[in-house]
Design a protein around this ligand. Structure first.
Ligand SMILES: Cc1ncc(COP(=O)(O)O)c(C=O)c1O
Length: 374
């Protein structure tokens, strides 16, 4: 199967271990196992359970406990509607493999995580890209979506909250997207891996999977739950979809690790405290980023409403790969080039990691920008 290079992952793999100030990280500052157990207030009990866990494959679709906790993140789903996967990345891949065939029509909202354009294209689909409107605060153009999605369209894909912009669909807009998908008879794939840390309200935006029988929500433990090392994600959707996915999953997953299943269950059982920590970090850090952007005449952005990332538009006339490579060489600060998302003149920042690191990193970026002007 031919597939395009995954530009963001190539960039991250190349530099993330050697940079000094990683402002490209998209996870909320990761937890150690000990921090997780302490946050959950369950250290001894979990360690005893872990010690007694037989290292068999375990329940193939994920333990009943874990699938029950994941179902609890939705208003209208039961554990039977949940399939546990190797990360959200595994979840998305499985959904495309199960649903998309050569010649299908797919509409993908961009900028986005590249899986949502390159995988359907590699499966032979005809992929229409619908660009969020930067001038309107990265708003989704619903009229354009209505034009693009026609009867027979197989699937509409979007990431909500969005990576890289941090844009969030209001419930009213999401309802309109659902109405458009319904009129077209299309599946709606909502990558909701950043759900849980919105800047306003309860922090947890409405899931598409609670609004439409043909909506699929993918998510995982990496971003708001700070546990990317578990490599654990899920698909929530109707039984028909879970069965179709299961046929493919037997070939590439069997089951996830029992250790990961257990630790993810611990985190989701303690989700209120885990997410409160994450919201605290994301709100504090975004205030710092906001202040920094306001102090720079050469940087603009649309303040993210959710997630952990934002696109910063800079004024110096440099391509974004050049900008990021020179910044890395001069200061050790790592951003991600906007060109990896098809948006030149911007860089993506991940603002949800260590607060001190963010402050020092932004100061250095300021010095770098000043040096470009002289
Ligand atoms: C929108 C989006 N989906 C999926 C993923 C993959 O997440 P996971 O670590 O759960 O596999 C990422 C990672 O950056 C992402 O940004």
């Amino acid at each position: 199967m031919q597939i395009a290079d995954f530009l963001v992952e190539i960039w991250m793999n190349r530099y993330e271990d050697e940079c000094q100030y990683n402002l490209a990280e998209t996870c909320v500052q990761s937890l150690t196992v000990a921090q997780l157990l302490d946050l959950a207030g369950q250290r001894d009990a979990v360690l005893a359970e872990l010690a007694a866990t037989p290292l068999t494959y375990g329940p193939i679709r994920g333990s009943d406990r874990l699938r029950g906790l994941i179902a609890g993140l939705y208003d209208t789903h039961s554990p039977e509607d949940v399939m546990v996967t190797h990360g959200t990345i595994g979840a998305n891949m499985l959904v495309y493999k199960a649903l998309v065939e050569p010649g299908d029509h797919v509409v993908s909202v961009v900028p986005t995580y590249q899986q949502h354009t390159s995988i359907p294209a590699s499966l032979g689909a005809d992929v229409d890209l619908l660009a969020l409107d930067e001038a309107q605060g990265w708003r989704l153009d619903l009229d354009r979506l209505r034009e693009l999605a026609h009867p027979g369209t197989k699937l509409i894909a979007l990431a909500n909250p969005n990576n890289p912009t941090g844009a969030l669909l209001s419930r009213a807009d999401l309802e309109q997207v659902v109405a458009i998908a319904d009129a077209a008879g299309a599946w709606l794939l909502a990558d909701e891996v950043y759900r849980g840390i919105d800047q306003a309200g309860t922090g947890s935006t409405t899931s598409a999977a609670d609004l439409y029988p043909k909506a699929i929500s993918t998510g995982g433990m990496s971003k708001p739950y700070s546990l990317a090392g578990l490599r654990l994600g899920w698909i929530t959707g109707p039984a028909e979809l879970i069965e179709a996915v299961s046929v493919h999953r037997d070939y590439d997953t069997i089951s996830v690790s029992r250790v990961d299943d257990l630790l993810a269950s611990v985190a989701l059982a303690a989700k209120d405290v885990v997410l409160a920590r994450s919201r605290d970090i994301t709100q504090r850090n975004l205030a710092i980023l906001d202040g920094w952007v306001a102090s720079r005449p050469d940087v603009m952005y649309v303040r993210p409403a959710g997630g952990t990332t934002a696109l910063l538009r800079y004024s110096p006339p440099l391509g974004s790969y050049d900008f990021c490579t020179r910044l890395l060489e001069d200061t050790g600060v790592m951003f991600t080039p906007g060109a990896a998302f098809g948006i030149e003149g911007t860089v993506r920042i991940g603002f949800a990691d260590d607060t001190d690191n963010l402050k020092v990193g932004l100061d250095l970026v300021g010095e770098f920008l000043d040096s470009l002007e002289h």
